[in-house]
Design a binder for this molecule. Structure first.
Ligand SMILES: C[S@@+](CC[C@H](N)C(=O)[O-])C[C@H]1O[C@@H](n2cnc3c(N)ncnc32)[C@H](O)[C@@H]1O
Length: 230
């Protein structure tokens, strides 16, 4: 299954978030503003971005001068992220690996960030317990996601090949149509996080809609869910 998932993300990497590419500086500033209120001031943090894709969240933290590691299961996505980091003159450690089986020691990171990753996971309990393991006590997780599919979404078999590959995966992705912030915060609490909360991100929704007016037909406003490792 993981091979199919990797192949899927490798295949779509050249076009992934194409509509957003000319607006990257704006997205980075928007995210920095969002995260600043959640981070301890004046401290250089060890940050892990899981499912980094083209690297946006890794860039957000590297440009705030934190130590950043970016992990993804897809080598093609990592290649794009590496190219972006080079263009922005950023030093980021890139690691190919599985977010549900993290290749890091216990208590390694102060912050874990992930964006639009949760709905793509096959085992979210394993993911959050792995995040808890590699965070230092008191470390924070920052998860941005949204409900991109109608509950009970039925694949349309008239789609093109790329979309069909995607639809073949969804039976293995338990959160793809049910990653509401309430569901995610419950899962976080069940897997070792405390002080769990979420907020919706209307400014980010506006940004997404502006970058991709036709693609933006999502069910809900995206959200940021956060919690602390006890
Ligand atoms: C929807 S994309 C999000 C990419 C990026 N975070 C963003 O917001 O643009 C999901 C990413 O997660 C990666 N991914 C999916 N399952 C993964 C896993 N088990 N471990 C690590 N990365 C994974 C995919 O390769 C892809 O790059």
């Amino acid at each position: 299954m993981k091979d199919k998932i990797t192949a899927h993300w490798n295949q779509i990497s050249p076009n992934y978030r194409k509509m957003y590419r000319d607006h990257l500086d704006e997205e980075i500033l928007l995210m920095q503003k969002l995260f600043l209120e959640k981070l301890p001031a004046g401290k250089k943090l060890n940050v892990l971005d899981i499912g980094t894709g083209p690297g946006i969240q890794a860039f957000v933290f590297a440009e705030m001068e934190h130590n950043v590691t970016a992990l993804d299961i897809s080598e093609e996505m990592l290649a794009r992220a590496k190219e972006g980091a080079k263009n922005r003159n950023l030093s980021i450690k890139f690691v190919e690996g599985d977010g549900e089986n993290l290749p890091f020691e216990n208590n390694t990171f102060d912050v874990i960030v992930n964006m639009h990753l949760l709905w793509t996971l096959t085992d979210h309990d394993k993911f959050f317990s792995e995040c808890c393991r590699v965070l230092v006590p008191g470390g924070r997780i920052l998860a941005i996601d949204g409900q991109w599919f109608q509950p009970g979404y039925v694949p349309n078999r008239n789609y093109n090949q790329e979309e069909r590959n995607h639809d073949e995966l969804i039976e293995y992705l338990p959160l793809y149509d049910s990653n509401s912030p309430e569901m995610i915060t419950d899962i976080m609490e069940n897997n070792g996080f405390s002080e769990v909360s979420w907020k919706s991100l209307p400014e980010y929704a506006e940004y997404m809609k502006r970058c991709d007016p036709e693609g933006y037909d999502y069910l809900s406003v995206p959200y940021l869910a956060t919690g602390i490792k006890c």
